[in-house]
Design a protein around this ligand. Structure first.
Ligand code: C2E
Ligand code: CA
Ligand code: CA
Ligand code: CA
Length: 279
C-alpha cells in the first residue's frame, strides 16, 4: 500500500529504516566523540607461554559514551569504517598507544611490545606509511616495539599491495601480524610469501581445542608450520587451563585471553607490568 504525506515511511520495512537511523545517529555521535575526546584505549596482555611473562599488550579501542557508558567496538567500528571516520580515530589510537608505550619505557619497561589494529580503510590509506613513521618520530618509541595487526581477510584481498605495504613498514622497523588467522580462507601458501612476524590464531580455533581431535590436529599442524617458517604464533581468546595446556604442548609461542586478563585501562596494565617485574 502506498500513501502520501508524512506517514509514508511506515510502509517501508521498519527494521531497515531503524538500522539506517541508528547508523546516522552513531555517525553523528562518533563525530562529537572525536571532538570531545570520548575515546579510550584498553590494553590486553599477551603472555609468553614458555615463562608466563607479559611480552606486551594489544591496544583495544573503547568509547566512553556520555550517557551509555563504555561502548565496545562491535557497536560502532563498522559505521566508523563505512563513513571513513576510522581513519581519524585509528590515527588517534596509534598516537595514544605509542605515547603510552613511551611512558612504559620511561618507567623502566623498555621491551614491551604493543600491538595496534589497523582497519581496512587505514590499511588502504595512501598516507599509512608516512602516518606511522611520523607518529614513531613524534613519540620517540622504538619502532620494533610496535606491532601492527591486520586481519587475514583484508591482507589477502590484494596480496601485492599487502606485500609492498608490509615491506615498507618493516623497513621502518615496525612488526607485522596477521590477525584472526584461520577465518579468511587464505591459502597456506601466502604464509610462505608474506613477510610476517606473527600470526594470531583466531578464537574459533582455540574454542575447538576442547571439542574434537581433528581440530586439535589442525591447530598443532598450523603451529608447527608457522614456527617452521619463522613466524611467531599467538593464540587468541584463551579462556581455560586445558586450552593453555594443549597450546603449551603444541609449542605455541604466546597466548592472549580472559584466562590471563581482560583488556584493562592503561594504569591497570602498568600495574600488571610492575607485578611481573617484582614477581
Ligand atoms: P580483535 O582484534 O580480534 O581483538 C580481540 C577481541 O577479543 C577483543 O574484543 C578482546 O576483548 C576479545 N577477547 C580477548 N580475549 C578474549 C577471551 O578470552 N574471550 C572472549 N570472548 N573475548 C576475548 P574487543 O576489544 O571488543 O574488540 C573487538 C574487535 O574490534 C577487535 O577484534 C578488532 O577487530 C576491533 N578493534 C578493537 N580496537 C580497534 C582499533 O583500535 N582499531 C580497529 N580498526 N579495530 C579495533
Ligand atoms: Ca587484533
Ligand atoms: Ca583477532
Ligand atoms: Ca586479537
Amino acid at each position: 500500500a502506498k500513501s502520501n504525506g508524512k506517514n509514508t515511511y511506515f510502509y517501508y520495512d521498519e527494521s531497515i529504516n531503524k538500522d539506517l537511523m541508528d547508523k546516522i545517529e552513531i555517525q553523528a555521535q562518533l563525530r562529537s566523540a572525536i571532538t570531545n575526546q570520548e575515546f579510550d584505549i584498553y590494553y590486553q596482555p599477551q603472555i609468553d607461554l614458555e615463562n608466563e611473562k607479559i611480552i606486551g599488550f594489544e591496544a583495544l579501542l573503547r568509547w566512553n559514551h556520555p550517557t551509555k557508558g563504555v561502548i565496545l567496538p562491535a557497536e560502532f567500528i563498522q559505521v566508523a569504517e563505512e563513513t571513513g571516520l576510522i581513519v581519524t580515530i585509528g590515527e588517534w589510537v596509534l598516537k595514544r598507544a605509542c605515547e603510552q608505550l613511551k611512558e612504559w619505557e620511561n618507567q623502566g619497561f623498555p621491551s614491551v611490545i604493543l600491538a595496534v589494529n589497523l582497519s581496512r580503510r587505514q590499511f588502504r590509506d595512501k598516507h599509512l606509511v608516512s602516518m606511522v613513521s611520523n607518529i614513531i618520530e613524534e613519540t620517540g618509541i622504538a619502532p620494533n616495539c610496535l606491532e601492527l595487526e591486520i586481519k587475514e581477510e583484508i591482507a589477502i584481498e590484494d596480496i601485492n599491495y599487502t606485500m609492498q605495504c608490509i615491506l615498507d613498514l618493516r623497513q621502518k622497523g615496525v612488526l607485522f601480524s596477521l590477525d584472526d588467522f584461520g577465518t579468511g580462507y587464505s591459502s597456506l601458501n601466502y604464509l610462505k610469501h608474506l613477510p610476517l612476524d606473527s600470526l594470531k590464531l583466531d578464537k574459533s580455533f582455540i574454542d575447538s581445542i576442547t571439542e574434537d581431535r581433528d581440530s586439535r590436529a589442525i591447530i598443532s599442524t598450523l603451529i608447527s608450520l608457522a614456527r617452521a617458517l619463522g613466524i611467531n604464533v599467538i593464540a587468541e581468546g584463551v579462556e581455560s587451563g586445558s586450552q593453555e595446556d594443549f597450546l603449551k604442548d603444541a609449542k605455541c609461542n604466546q597466548a592472549q585471553g580472559f584466562l590471563y586478563s581482560e583488556p584493562v585501562p592503561a594504569k591497570a596494565a602498568g600495574r600488571l607490568l610492575e607485578i611481573v617485574r617484582e614477581g
